[in-house]
Design a binder for this molecule. Structure first.
Ligand code: URA
Length: 194
């Protein structure tokens, strides 16, 4: 049931006519192929070039990091369902490079994300990085103050984590991120996946 509703939504997203500024590519093409019924949704930022090419979230450099952290948490891709805050790939340099989505793009895409979350109706949303966290905590929150523990915002259970790519740019964060994923694994076992 969820798969069919998601499929229909992704067709609509692929035909998105929104005119937010900035170069963007691949709307609606990037979809998790595993199980939408896990109850655990990971919310990323936006797809990059590799994700649009393969049509799957987190398959580039950040994805390899994510896989290694999931393993530490005792999880695999089949245990979670991965989506993104922004549905197309924000690009720069005439489409040659990825970039962080602007606040305006995040807002323009928010209605797609809301429909997606409504279909998925997860028990917990694991946010990856600031962009995803701000969907629930507002535009001022910073991941550095919230990572590694569950929170309830507007009756939604959110477990904020650093974005896996943060470890690529700030090596000092790697141990913190690993520890947070281990905490997540333990917390899911006790609270969600008994
Ligand atoms: N980073 C994200 O936030 N999402 C992806 O799908 C890939 C990289």
């Amino acid at each position: 049931m969820k798969s069919k509703a998601l499929q229909e939504l992704y067709v609509k997203i692929a035909n998105c006519k929104c005119r937010c500024p900035g170069e963007r590519k691949g709307a609606g093409l990037v979809r998790d192929r595993y199980n939408p019924d896990t109850g655990v949704v990971f919310l990323g930022e936006a797809p990059g070039g590799e994700e649009v090419k393969q049509g799957v979230p987190f398959v580039g450099q950040a994805g390899r990091k994510l896989d290694s952290y999931l393993e530490l948490a005792g999880l695999s891709r089949k245990d979670v369902f991965i989506i993104n805050s922004v549905k197309c790939r924000p690009t720069k340099n005439e489409g040659r490079a990825n970039r962080k989505p602007t606040g305006c793009e995040v807002k323009a895409c928010a209605h797609w994300l809301e429909q997606e979350l409504e279909i998925l109706s997860p028990r917990v949303i694991v946010t990856l990085g600031d962009v995803a966290l701000r969907k629930f905590g507002g535009s001022k929150v910073r991941i550095g103050n919230y990572h590694g523990q569950p929170l309830v915002w507007n009756q939604i259970i959110v477990f904020p984590l650093y974005h896996p790519a943060a470890a690529i740019y700030r090596r000092a964060l790697e141990d913190v991120i690993k520890e947070d994923f281990i905490k997540l694994g333990r917390w899911l076992k006790q609270n969600i996946k008994q």
